[in-house]
Write a protein that binds this ligand. Structure first.
Ligand code: HEC
Length: 117
């Protein structure tokens, strides 16, 4: 009997860890798509494409304010290696269709991202 109570306490104790652990993880506290896209744009894309709608070097085109349809098609082509440019192929390799959609929507509206994130 004593052992049963003891193992009950252990189970409840462990469950507590699982529940509190999960509540802090991204599966349960999902950030809105727009925020995720803005963060990706800021932390991943802006490294090469810049923070404002100004061309930062001779290689990287301006993409802020570009049409959403064009962005979706282009990003998919890079991801699926239909358009080859190693820097871009790498940058979008792991994006899902939905993430590409969200990023395209973000960039179609963006004019600059210093304060938008
Ligand atoms: C390592 C640098 C680098 C990173 C990071 C990067 N890009 Fe690029 N991007 C480039 C270069 C270089 C080109 C031009 C490639 C070409 O000529 O095909 C380009 C081209 C593009 C184009 C095509 C523009 C056009 O006019 O056809 C789009 C759209 C684009 N990038 C979006 C993104 C997005 C969105 C991200 C973030 C997920 C991103 N890029 C991250 C370097 C980068």
């Amino acid at each position: 009997m004593k052992e049963r109570i003891l193992s009950c306490i252990v189970v409840v104790y462990l469950l507590g860890f699982v529940i509190f652990g999960l509540s802090g993880c991204s599966v349960l506290s999902k950030k809105p798509d727009t925020e995720v896209a803005a963060n990706t744009a800021y932390y991943v894309c802006s490294g090469c494409h810049g923070l404002e709608n100004v061309r930062v070097n001779f290689m990287t085109p301006n993409i802020m304010g570009q049409k959403k349809g064009y962005l979706v098609a282009t990003l998919r082509d890079y991801r699926d290696h239909k358009r080859i440019e190693p820097l871009m192929n790498g940058a979008v390799a792991n994006l899902s269709d939905q993430e590409i959609e969200n990023l395209a929507a973000y960039y179609a509206k963006a004019q600059g991202m210093r304060d938008e994130r």
